[in-house]
Design a protein around this ligand. Structure first.
Ligand SMILES: *[C@@H]1O[C@H](CO)[C@@H](O)[C@H](O)[C@H]1NC(C)=O
Ligand SMILES: *[C@@H]1O[C@H](CO)[C@@H](O)[C@H](O)[C@H]1NC(C)=O
Ligand SMILES: *[C@@H]1O[C@H](CO)[C@@H](O)[C@H](O)[C@H]1NC(C)=O
Ligand SMILES: *[C@@H]1O[C@H](CO)[C@@H](O)[C@H](O)[C@H]1NC(C)=O
Length: 216
């Protein structure tokens, strides 16, 4: 009996050890915004922008922290949505404006479709303060239909691309351009400052000319 017990003990001891050796530790599953969108297959432009502005890295860092924060919601415009923009729109944006545009598509909270029904508008995005009225984003939902509006663009959520407890990605049919005070406003301000610069240059070359003229 003793022998049998000892044998049983040894058997289970080694069996246990062997099992522990065979069963690999489950790979740590880390969400990756780029691969989520790549699987979607129709977000090439948005992926490019996410990479160029380094928002992809920033989101992946957020997603890889072991302690889940409030989560992330991404409104991803499809390639079709980008081709709906006026030609040259993206190229006319500075790096800073591209960053703001991308951040405007990211909410610093995880929102499920049902949470859209009770969303408190305007929603906070990563582009910044809604209080200044610069980057307002409103969501209205009814049943399965979810609309997003910025005041200048009315978009519709076409599809839920991905969701888990950290990140939800929704496909939208339009690029969410912020109103004048946002990206476009910055473009206008840039043009004005360029004109002023040209004026100042004109003035300084006149001053140089005048100094030379006086010298003679
Ligand atoms: C995310 O996925 C892309 C390819 O899908 C890969 O190039 C990149 O290294 C991944 N990033 C992280 C942080 O895992
Ligand atoms: C969403 O927008 C469409 C028009 O694009 C409209 O017919 C529909 O009623 C809107 N739905 C909600 C919930 O706002
Ligand atoms: C967004 O919702 C807020 C609060 O309901 C409202 O004051 C604002 O006018 C809305 N903006 C747009 C662009 O729909
Ligand atoms: C967006 O929808 C609202 C009403 O739902 C409408 O008043 C507004 O004109 C629309 N804006 C654009 C740019 O289509």
């Amino acid at each position: 009996m003793r022998k049998l017990l000892a044998f049983a003990f040894l058997f289970f001891f080694f069996w246990d050890k062997t099992l522990a050796q065979i069963a690999p530790a489950p790979p740590l599953k880390v969400d990756n915004i780029t691969s989520i969108l790549e699987k979607g297959g129709q977000f090439t432009t948005f992926i490019k922008l996410l990479k160029a502005t380094q928002v992809a890295d920033q989101l992946n860092n957020q997603l890889s922290t072991p302690d889940p924060n409030d989560g992330i919601t991404v409104f991803a415009p499809s390639d079709n949505a980008f081709s709906g923009l006026k030609p040259g729109t993206l190229n006319s944006l500075s790096d800073q404006e591209k960053l703001q545009l991308v951040q405007f598509h990211v909410l610093p909270t995880l929102m499920s479709t049902s949470q859209f029904q009770t969303a408190s508008n305007p929603l906070r995005t990563q582009a910044g303060d809604v209080k200044g009225g610069k980057f307002p984003l409103n969501v209205t939902a009814e049943g399965n239909q979810v609309n997003v509006t910025t005041g200048v663009v009315n978009a519709t959520v076409e599809n839920s691309v991905f969701s888990d407890r950290r990140i939800a990605v929704y496909q939208v049919d339009k690029v969410l351009l912020p109103p004048k005070a946002g990206v476009k406003g910055a473009v206008v301000a840039g043009a004005v400052s360029l004109k002023f610069h040209a004026l100042a240059m004109g003035f300084s070359s006149f001053a140089v000319f005048w100094a030379i003229f006086r010298g003679f």
